[in-house]
Design a protein around this ligand. Structure first.
Ligand code: GAR
Length: 215
């Protein structure tokens, strides 16, 4: 592991949190040079909150049902996130559409994992979408977040072959296993300060990224 200072991160979750868990595991194994200053959930029953406590990571719940609209929720979220002054905000199964104000506020510092080989299969039910389209390959992407839903510049992807016997469950399980390798790898590259978003384009080691990296 590099001896540079860990980057300060805030992660946002809504539920199970298995991607967050994979990031925490990687950090604890010395493979991910980050410090989690906070994990925020929009739901108080998010299972992911429990292992944060075990890992001594502070958690906050900001319940979206208590806000009158998306913007007032996002403003509160910004206030809470900015208290920690993070280098990077990690969306890990945060199942909310973000306002343009939120996205602009964190331009170049906001990443998401999405369960498809973007730009294919944006939105929900991506595994079923892939099966319906008779895709032979499916996977997951880590991308920077822009105003376009699931449309920001893609840093890294991982692919799995679709089997004839697959249904949405079996396919999602295989993709999720890969997600757990992909997200730590992508975030580590960012933690090494090797990634930059400039004018909507991604640069890795100062060279423009023409194709997403693959693991
Ligand atoms: C993951 O498969 C993630 O890629 C997906 O939600 C799941 C969260 O699981 N995210 C999206 O669909 C975002 N558009 P987790 O809570 O166990 O990490």
């Amino acid at each position: 592991m590099s001896n540079t200072h860990p980057i300060n991160v805030v992660a946002l979750i809504s539920g199970r949190g298995s991607n967050l868990q994979s990031l925490i595991n990687a950090q604890q194994q010395g493979k991910l040079n980050v410090e989690f200053s906070s994990v925020i959930s929009n739901r108080d029953d998010a299972a992911g909150l429990q292992f944060c406590e075990r890992a001594n990571i502070p958690t906050t719940v900001i319940n979206h049902t208590l806000f009158k609209d998306r913007l007032s929720y996002d403003k509160e979220l910004i206030k809470e996130i900015d208290r920690h002054n993070p280098y990077l905000i990690i969306l890990a199964g945060f199942m909310r559409i973000l306002s343009p104000e939120f996205v602009a506020h964190y331009s170049g510092r906001l990443v998401n994992i999405h369960p498809s080989l973007l730009p294919n299969f944006k939105g929900l039910h991506t595994h079923q979408q892939a099966l319906d389209a008779e895709a032979t390959e499916h996977g997951a992407s880590v991308h920077f977040v822009t105003e376009e839903l699931d449309g920001g510049p893609i840093l890294m992807q991982t692919a799995v072959k679709v089997k004839e016997s697959d249904d949405a469950d079996t396919l999602s399980q295989r993709v999720l296993k890969q997600e757990h390798k992909l997200y730590p790898a992508a975030v580590q590259l960012i933690a090494e300060r090797r990634v930059e978003l400039k004018n909507g384009k991604l640069y890795v080691d100062d060279s423009e990224l023409k194709q997403p990296l693959r693991i």
